[in-house]
Design a protein around this ligand. Structure first.
Ligand code: SF4
Length: 520
């Protein structure tokens, strides 16, 4: 993967477009806060902004933001200083997902640091990493970092910086001992790394800076709830990860929206499950604000909420169906039925919405062509109500989910199913697929260990294209048809049956890919 592009201008224009909510001040100790993708993406990450606030609140320390933009070369641009990043006392990366590991390597190169920890000098600034990736499988990050913060990091980053300030790296393990969620790489790291849970008093997370050149343009982001109480078996945010949804009281959330913002984005794993979501959206719309929500659940999208969203400026509805057929959705514990989505489409149209986007996952365990026929019929029915776009991605099974032992269906098979679906839809529905090839790369990183992390470095040095990844991963026994290498998370023997996927067993008995896995 190569340097990513930000929409818009150069760093100085992006900086000039920012509206600062939490003023920055310098401190004796500086931590480069690095996002391994573009500014456009990074400044839309509420987690990244929350860590920025946490470092700023830490005595003696201040954050300097930088991004991995194609219009920069050499050392990254430090936004707080409006100049090239100086030498710093620590680096902290926020990594959202597996394919950003290559971006982290690029940024370490640009900071003139060796990417691999073992090649760095004792006096080099310590490298810390955290972010959404660490909820699932941070193992491939281990060769690159001095400290990992797994899970919710806002209550930990300040403590970590203060404990390691001025210390030798040899002492990090001792100094950080006892901090739940903090891992110092070394011998004896557990197979499953811990996931930290932040103190509820640190919620709601909210924007520190509102930026124009972002995915969520000029949006003040705020988190009305954290986590999710549902149990979709492919999802790292499910109830078992951190104990279910933690809602913020509606008034506390509304009070945290500052005057002067024009747009508010409600961000969280399950925002529409918040008990007071209709009142929250209505109150924000009454203040004249445009409102966006990151996660709409079709079963929760009743007419009052749809009307509130319309009043808040929404004109398109985005929902996730995920499983191709009702049977598959039961297998993965996804509680969305066709009747929910059909009702939403009818009501959305009556209110005045213009279109609907539906997210789908292809290649769930036991999926067959029959499921795709059922999906095509359902999508065609929906398209008779509203114009439909379908966002389609192959299942990337993740560690820390019940489906971690399911197979990735393979690049060719994924492309075959996509082709079949297109044929069945006869152009009635617009499909936007995620690349099967890069989904395979993601799937290797989602369950591999330290060796696949080092393979990313080799692939990156070899140009960073798909062929380079295929070559680097094949050395470890990973192939695009779904075969996995020796450092893969244990595959289990049953594609998820052992993890309570009711109804899957009969179908699994006939599934060739899983039969092969049983022989491993
Ligand atoms: S997919 Fe959505 S609804 Fe299901 S567990 Fe994850 S966050 Fe919750």
């Amino acid at each position: 993967m190569s340097l990513s592009h930000s929409k818009g201008d150069d760093p100085r224009s992006r900086l000039a477009s920012e509206k600062v909510i939490a003023p920055w001040s310098d401190s004796p100790k500086r931590c480069a806060l690095l996002y391994p993708s573009s500014y456009h993406v990074g400044m839309s990450s509420l987690g990244f902004q929350q860590i920025w606030r946490s470092i700023l609140a830490c005595e003696n320390w201040t954050p300097l933001r930088a991004f991995n933009d194609a219009d920069e070369s050499g050392r990254p641009f430090a936004y707080e200083l409006a100049r090239e990043m100086p030498d710093v006392d620590a680096l902290a990366f926020s990594i959202a997902y597996e394919l950003e590991i290559a971006g982290m390597i690029e940024m370490l190169d640009r900071m003139k640091l060796e990417p691999l920890r073992r090649d760095r000098q004792p006096g080099d600034a310590p490298v810390i990493a955290g972010g959404p990736l660490t909820f699932s499988n941070p193992a491939p990050l281990l060769p690159f970092v001095d400290v990992l913060i797994c899970g919710e990091g806002e209550g930990l980053i300040g403590e970590v910086l203060q404990r390691i300030e001025g210390a030798s790296k040899h002492d990090f393990a001792k100094l950080l001992d006892g901090l739940d969620g903090v891992v110092v790489p070394g011998e004896g790291n557990p197979f499953m790394l811990p996931v930290a849970k932040a103190d509820n008093r640190l919620l709601p997370a909210r924007s520190a800076i509102v930026a124009e050149h972002t995915v969520l343009r000029k949006m003040f982001l705020i988190e009305p709830e954290r986590g999710c109480s549902r149990q979709c078996s492919y999802c790292v945010m499910r109830r078992s990860t951190n104990g279910g949804m933690r809602p913020v009281a509606a008034q506390d959330m509304l009070d945290a929206v500052p005057p002067g913002v024009e747009r508010v984005g409600l961000v969280g794993a399950a925002v529409t499950d918040h008990r007071d979501i209709v009142a929250i959206v209505n109150e924000l719309a009454d203040r004249g604000l445009q409102v966006g929500i990151s996660s709409l659940r079709a079963d929760r999208l009743k007419r009052p909420l749809l009307e509130a969203l319309f009043a808040g400026g929404y004109r398109g509805i985005t929902v996730a169906l995920d499983g191709a057929s009702p049977r598959l959705r039961r297998v993965i514990h996804r509680k969305t039925e066709d009747l929910h989505i059909e009702r939403v489409a009818h009501e959305a149209k009556a209110i005045g919405f213009m279109k609907m986007k539906v997210y789908m996952v292809l290649g769930l365990p036991t999926e067959s062509d029959e499921d795709l026929h059922i999906l095509a019929l359902e999508l065609i029915e929906l398209s008779k109500i509203l114009p439909i776009d379908v966002g389609l991605c192959p299942l990337v099974p993740k560690r820390n989910t019940p489906l971690y032992c399911a197979p990735f269906i393979g690049v060719k098979e994924s492309d075959r199913r996509l082709k079949l679906l297109r044929k069945l839809l006869k152009g009635r529905v617009n499909i936007r697929p995620v690349s099967s090839r890069w989904s395979w790369v993601e799937s290797v990183l989602a369950r591999g260990g330290v060796a696949v992390g080092e393979a990313v470095l080799r692939a990156h040095r070899a140009g960073g294209g798909f062929a380079a990844y295929r070559a680097a991963f094949s050395e470890l026994g990973y192939f695009p048809d779904g075969r996995v290498g020796a450092d893969h998370a244990p595959m289990g023997v049953d594609g998820g049956v052992a993890f309570g996927l009711h109804g899957a067993e009969q179908m699994l008995a006939t599934n060739t890919a899983i039969k092969q896995l049983r022989k491993r």
